[in-house]
Write a protein that binds this ligand. Structure first.
Ligand SMILES: [Zn+2]
Length: 505
């Protein structure tokens, strides 16, 4: 990839940029673009998108959010992400402010003057079409080249003929591009496939065309190009079947239209499963889902079963996270459990959190002095932080960036603070994937990317272009550092919600 290599050698780069939890397209892209994480978006400065699929349980009847579209009660919901982000954060393009902005095949488009494809419906259909049409391996190669070329060609035309796209005849000052082909090809054919590698090389090629054109037009010397990924990937050993879970527990899948009496919603479950349960403490309206207490979940459903035990019976399940009762956005405790594959013994731990925004700190503890849920005690650097004290995100980054579940003591409680998050989260650590969306099995893909292992959560990052950008390798950083770095290069101040730090400092 000669063009990426050239950028890497002439700018800032990092081989270890830690993404958000879960390492899934839309929540991670929201964090990259806003420079902040999720949380209680109603009360604190953060964004409101906790997952790809979630249950809107504070509305009657609760609704199913699915940014992917089919399988939910609405065809296209991707464009709702711009509202779901909430008012307590800003996108990169909103932070840039004055000037023209372009958003090419990118759904998170707040603050944009020009969006391609031009309408919400077209944009949704574009993504759906790519996913569908690329299933044919023969057709995939041509489509991938076309889709990659369009992204760059549109932007070049934005620079060449701004009047055609914007109100003023000025080229865009900030642009957000997404090459979605690599994700589609990875799920369909695998990250180890010839087609996947060919696609990355093609993205390099079209980026080379963009860089040349920018240079010829005289814009390159004033341009910073940030290149990253939203998540990594892994290959599961097998596909699991979720249906025995329903028959064993007697629980039924909730659907706002078909089965309003359902009591469980598995919002999403690849290798990471997010389970919502209908609590009994409802406020007058039967369709409203209060959060069940821990006690209630210990004797839940028609068979009065302990859900913390039942969820561990789902084949491959090795990790579990859930809230303590009475958590608030200012403080609380998350319970962690890990099942030992051989002995079946369950190891417990906790994450306590306090503070909001830049003051947010967490304390990670294990019941066992030798072993802990995320395996940090075995690492000489990370084990120093399991000492009863609270630490900030950058302290966790320093201690865990090289480990599986990097940053999890910080990211997991942020996720649980969002009222749109589920009650119990489990993980198979990638051994088995279930591919369930809102309770229903979807496809047979074994290539995916939601778990906490390094291969799924560590990204490459390059920021280069203008000769003004210093040449340096950053040993580790986090995906929320990208937006404040770009804002810093423009000589501006990031929004107050931004948790990331400029890599120039
Ligand atoms: Zn994906």
């Amino acid at each position: 990839m000669p063009n990426f290599k050239k950028l890497m050698e002439n700018g800032i780069f990092s081989k270890t940029c830690v993404t958000d939890f879960p390492s899934v397209t839309y929540p991670t892209q929201c964090s990259i673009i806003t420079g902040t994480y999720t949380g209680d978006y109603r009360r604190e400065l953060c964004h409101g998108v906790p997952a790809y699929h979630w249950l809107g349980r504070y509305i009657s009847p609760p609704f199913l959010r699915n940014y992917g579209a089919p399988g939910s009660d609405e065809f296209i919901q991707i464009y709702k992400m711009n509202t779901d982000l909430g008012e307590n954060c800003q996108t990169l393009l909103e932070m840039i402010g004055e000037g023209n902005h372009a958003s090419i095949t990118q759904f998170i488009s707040r603050g944009t003057d020009y969006i391609y494809p031009e309408s919400k419906v077209k944009l949704g259909l574009y993504y759906e079409f790519l996913q569908y049409a690329m299933r044919n391996r023969k057709r995939a190669k041509g489509l991938m080249a076309l889709a990659n070329s369009i992204v760059v060609r549109k932007l070049i035309d934005n620079f060449k003929r701004p009047k055609k796209y914007f109100k003023s005849n000025e080229p865009p000052i900030g642009s957000n591009l997404w090459f979605m082909t690599s994700d589609v090809i990875m799920h369909l054919f695998g990250y180890d496939s010839y087609l996947y590698k060919l696609n990355l090389m093609h993205i390099d090629k079209v980026m080379g065309i963009l860089i040349n054109e920018l240079d010829e037009m005289g814009y390159l010397k004033d341009t910073a190009i940030a290149i990253t990924a939203d998540h990594g990937n892994y290959k599961a050993k097998s596909i699991g079947n979720i249906l025995p879970f329903y028959s064993r527990t007697g629980l039924t899948n909730y659907h706002p239209k078909k089965n309003i009496t359902g009591n469980v919603n598995i919002a999403e479950f690849g290798g990471v499963g997010m389970f919502n349960f209908k609590g009994s403490n409802n406020t007058g309206n039967d369709a409203y889902w209060a959060r069940p207490s821990i006690k209630e979940l210990e004797k839940y459903g028609p068979k009065k079963l302990n859900m913390f035990e039942e969820l561990f019976k789902i084949k491959g399940t090795s990790l579990m996270y859930f809230r303590e009762d009475g958590n608030t956005y200012k403080k609380g405790t998350i319970h962690l459990k890990r099942k030992d594959e051989k002995s079946g013994k369950i190891l417990s731990g906790t994450i306590e959190y306090k503070g909001i925004g830049k003051e947010f700190k967490t304390k990670y503890a294990s019941e066992d002095n030798e072993n802990d849920v995320f395996g940090f005690l075995k690492d000489d650097k990370a084990n120093k932080l399991l000492n009863g004290n609270f630490y900030s995100i950058d302290e966790w980054l320093d201690a865990t960036h090289h480990l599986d579940h990097a940053l999890y003591p910080d990211l997991i409680p942020r996720h649980f603070k969002n009222p749109r998050s589920s009650d119990i989260i489990i993980s198979t650590k990638g051994s088995i994937v279930y591919n369930v969306t809102h309770g229903k099995p979807q496809n047979g893909h074994i290539f995916t990317h939601d778990i906490g292992l390094q291969e799924s959560t560590i990204l490459p990052l390059i920021i280069a272009g203008s000769p003004d950008i210093p040449q340096k390798e950053i040993s580790y950083c986090k995906s929320t550092d990208i937006t404040p770095t770009l804002i810093n290069l423009l000589g501006k101040k990031p929004h107050d919600s931004v948790i990331g730090k400029s890599l120039l400092q």
